[in-house]
Write a protein that binds this ligand. Structure first.
Ligand SMILES: Nc1nc2c(ncn2[C@@H]2O[C@H](COP(=O)(O)OP(=O)(O)O)[C@@H](O)[C@H]2O)c(=O)[nH]1
Ligand SMILES: [Mg+2]
Length: 319
């Protein structure tokens, strides 16, 4: 059926095959053979996450970082996870536009994945996409997410290093701390340093990240627009990658692998549940409507049938 051929082409780094494979994964239609082949041919890519509130300049910064890595001939994959629908476009297009200078470079693969409709399943699809890029020979995969919502935090658990991007004028970084971003950064970038208030933001951030963590991650002032400070951001990311490549990196690799396994398992359970839900929910809804059972009981029944179906302990199984 050509799956082997597709896998073969992915392993050779064929960008069209990679695009096709990621589409299959996104639609939950990837043939097991493809994922098997990919899984057997992983090279241990470094996963760099970039997150932060919308408009802070993440895509522009990713574009600059790609250039830094390409200058060193490193093959780079980028996945931009976008909250908007692929139909209405919006920021989705924006991400690609900001990185357009790299679209003709065969050493760079850029892909947007829309989070709409994926909810809990998104990180599973991202995990598979990362594996495809890894098997295709990318030594670095950059994941850009909009730092709002739980799935972002989950995706960032997969990354080996996380850069949280902020900018001046975010109002005492309330948005940043509210979104739970203060706990997940290995590096903090204060972008748009060409605008007033960047120094204050750095000082502010330094105090906050020191409080929340035992150690103090670097806080780096950059202007993606002017290309200032990008080299220092690159150096900070490379320092973490050097650790990743050393024996010490084993812990990082295991943590990320664990995250991926959990996300993939969640995705599998979710799609099974959705399958069952579509057949069972009509009956359950009628019983709720008839006041025979409560919403809570209906949900429990559906969950129970899923657990039984899976042959798992019905309740209280540990995680
Ligand atoms: N002044 C200034 N604007 C920037 C800088 N970096 C990005 N921008 C602008 O900020 C806007 C949002 O950038 P984008 O990269 O799409 O942000 P994202 O939503 O975080 O991915 C765009 O209009 C960029 O041109 C910067 O360093 N300085
Ligand atoms: Mg963006």
């Amino acid at each position: 059926m050509g799956e082997r051929t597709l896998a073969g082409r992915v392993l050779k780094g064929d960008r069209r095959a990679v695009a096709r494979a990621i589409s299959l994964v996104e639609n939950g239609e990837a043939p097991p053979q493809l994922l098997d082949e990919v899984g057997k041919n992983l090279g241990g890519t470094f996963i760099l996450g970039l997150t932060g509130p919308p408009g802070t300049g993440k895509s522009t910064l990713v574009d600059r970082l790609i250039a830094e890595y390409r200058r060193r001939k490193m093959k780079v994959g980028v996945i931009a996870v976008d909250p908007t629908s692929p139909i209405t476009g919006g920021a989705l297009l924006g991400d690609r536009v900001r990185m357009v200078q790299h679209t003709l470079d065969s050493g760079v693969f850029i892909r947007s994945m829309a989070s709409r409709g994926w909810s809990g399943g998104l990180s599973g699809a991202v995990s598979e996409a990362i594996q495809i890029l890894d098997a295709a020979g990318m030594k670095l995969v950059i994941i850009e997410t909009v730092g709002i919502g739980q799935s972002d935090i989950e995706i960032m658990k997969i990354a080996h290093a996380v850069i949280v991007v902020t900018m001046p004028g975010l109002g005492d970084d309330v948005q940043v701390s509210k979104a739970g971003l203060m706990e997940i950064g290995d590096i903090y970038a204060v972008n748009k340093s060409d605008l007033p208030g960047a120094d204050a933001m750095v000082i502010n951030l330094l105090s906050v990240v020191r409080d929340m963590k035992g150690k103090s991650p670097p806080v780096i002032k950059v202007s993606a627009l002017k290309g200032e400070g990008v080299d220092r951001l690159y150096d900070a990311a490379e320092a973490i990658r050097a650790r990743f490549l050393s024996p010490e990196g084993e812990v990082m690799r295991l943590r990320s692998t664990r995250g991926m396994i959990v996300e993939l398992a969640k995705r599998k359970l979710l799609s099974d549940l959705e399958g069952r839900a579509s057949t069972r929910s009509a009956g359950l809804a009628a019983r709720v409507a008839g006041h025979e059972i409560t919403f809570e009981q209906a949900a429990e029944l559906l969950a129970d049938s899923q657990r039984k179906y899976r042959g798992a302990p019905v309740r209280g199984s540990d995680r």
